[in-house]
Design a protein around this ligand. Structure first.
Ligand code: NG6
Ligand code: CA
Length: 504
């Protein structure tokens, strides 16, 4: 039976139109490694993104939006819990057999939506661990802890990334299409006897070869990080991952069209291994990375077409963004670097995935909600994904329990285009844990150890330096360190960062 709409005060405050509306559906479309310059509406070259363009045209496109961290696990941890990942040990890039990083007792964005009467679901990339303890999961039985314990009523996910074992989908804590003939074993320590690896059996890599790392177990002609055995018919085919995730999300929307739902739709695109479906191949000059962007856009288009056909588009709030900045060669020989053909994945930004520079954490953000937001807006407001939990709680009227989501602030007015200033500062975390504090004018990068370039493969400037860095962000590109010229600004920003760090 459809639930009666509940109208929270915050919605009433939004004006007459909103007052008649039932609770909007909320969809977070979360791309993987999609850069600030990777979408057509953000200036991408060589690839078309018509579905995303439509969202931008009818919504708000943000120019100064930030992920909390420059890699997946800490970024997603922060988004889903409203707590900065750097406060919590154990939130770095997780192996595929990590135990659940967000603990069941912790409050999540899904708990928040549930408490406001929503149906909640997660699709696609998870990368925040499953089960009670690292390395001790039995993948042939229901996992003792999974997304159901974090407020998600339904989930169809990949445990970590497509380049990490186990290469199977997990539906509500159970391997989907489980094949009893091929029990699943996973290890990040040693191989299983007799199982081929990319290092020993390169002749079996008929789909993609590694450029660095990624030379352990082989699944679907692609070698991965970590070892696995078994899986049989449950093993995914990389070319069908987007189809599979998208179809499950569509089915979910159809099934829940009469009640408010929250969907976390986290694509595998455009993370490595990039191996999109054949129908996206060869249509742009950039090869597989460009095809993966086109496939991402296709997924967005499928969700939109479903909402359109059910008459739900108007009252569905969509936030489209990415978990961290882009990388070109991230470990597979997919010619992403050679075929850029003038495209810049970070747009004008310096650095990229992993780095302390803006390329690491400044990401696309488009907000779309025709019933409430006037289309065609551009916003320069300073926004961070850390605030989505509290902002969306303000939208639904949910009350965040004392002490939960401690770093998340209500910035709903910014996300809806009513406030064009946004936060006074955002904090960004680099791969080596160096933090930056960025205001609309300045960016301070704290001193840290580490090489100026990523040491293991990708050609990316890290932004690590043993002395303080200060950049004037009204000048694009973080080229000139002006810390020596503005010691008082350095002092002030460093002091704000210190206060944030010692808050709890
Ligand atoms: C790195 C992987 C990279 C990618 C990254 C995580 C190697 C050599 N590189 O360790 O390919 O998987 O981890 O990416 O193994 S993220 O977007 O999920 O954070
Ligand atoms: Ca990522």
């Amino acid at each position: 039976m459809p639930k009666l709409p509940v109208l929270p005060l915050s919605l009433l405050a939004l004006g007459a139109a909103a007052q008649e509306q039932p609770q909007p559906n909320v969809i977070i479309i979360f791309a993987d490694d999609l850069g600030y310059g990777d979408l057509e509406c953000y200036g991408a070259k060589n690839v078309e993104t018509p579905a995303v363009n439509r969202l931008a045209r009818n919504g708000i496109q943000f120019a100064n939006a930030h992920a909390v961290a420059s890699t997946s696990t800490p970024s997603r941890y922060s988004l889903l819990t409203g707590e900065y990942s750097w406060r919590r040990p154990g939130t770095d890039v997780a192996p595929g057999n990590a135990g659940m990083i967000v603990r069941p007792e912790q409050y999540t964005i899904a708990d928040m939506f549930k408490s406001a009467g929503y149906q909640t679901a997660a699709f696609g990339k998870w990368h925040l661990g499953l089960g009670n303890r690292t390395g001790e999961q039995d993948w042939n039985a229901p996992l003792p802890a999974a997304l159901g314990d974090l407020g998600f009523d339904y989930s169809y996910i990949m445990a970590a990334t497509a380049d990490r074992v186990p290469c199977v989908f997990i539906e509500n804590g159970l391997v989907a299409n489980y094949d009893p003939e091929a029990p699943i074993y996973v290890s990040y320590r040693e191989n299983f006897e007799g199982e081929p690896t990319g290092a020993d059996n390169p002749e079996l890599l008929y789909n993609l070869r590694p450029s660095h790392g990624h030379d352990m177990s082989i699944v679907n002609g692609i070698s991965r990080i970590g070892y696995m055995k078994g899986g049989g018919k449950a093993l995914w085919k990389d070319e069908n991952i987007a189809d599979s995730i998208t179809q499950h999300a569509i089915d979910y929307i159809v099934a829940h069209q009469d009640e408010p739902f929250f969907m976390y739709f986290a694509t595998n695109d455009v993370h490595v291994p990039r191996f999109p479906h054949e129908r996206f191949r060869g249509k742009n000059k950039m090869g597989l990375r460009g095809d993966a962007i086109a496939q991402f856009d296709w997924s967005v288009g499928q969700l939109l077409a479903t909402l359109d056909s059910l008459g739900l588009t108007d009252n569905t709030l969509i936030l489209l963004s990415s978990d961290n900045g882009p990388v070109v060669d991230d470990g597979y020989d997919d010619q992403a670097e050679e075929l850029l053909n003038g495209h810049s994945p970070t747009g004008p930004l310096r650095g990229g995935k992993y780095s302390a520079f803006e390329g690491g954490t400044r990401i696309p953000l488009i907000v779309h909600w025709p019933a409430t937001i006037k289309g065609g807006q551009q916003s320069d407001a300073l926004v961070s994904q850390i605030d989505w939990l509290a902002s969306l709680a303000a939208l639904t009227g949910a009350k965040i329990p004392q002490g939960e989501a401690p770093d998340s602030r209500d910035q709903l007015a910014v996300l809806l285009g009513q406030d064009t200033v946004g936060r006074d500062y955002v904090i960004e975390q680099a791969n080596n844990h160096a933090l930056s504090l960025r205001t609309s004018q300045w960016k301070y990068i704290e001193p840290s150890d580490g090489a100026p370039l990523i040491t293991w493969g990708p050609k990316i400037e890290t932004g690590y330096l043993q002395t303080p860095q200060l950049y004037d962000m009204t000048v694009v590109g973080e080229q000139t360190n002006v810390a020596a010229q503005h010691p008082e600004v350095v002092f002030d920003l460093a002091e704000r960062l210190r206060k944030e760090k010692t808050k709890r």
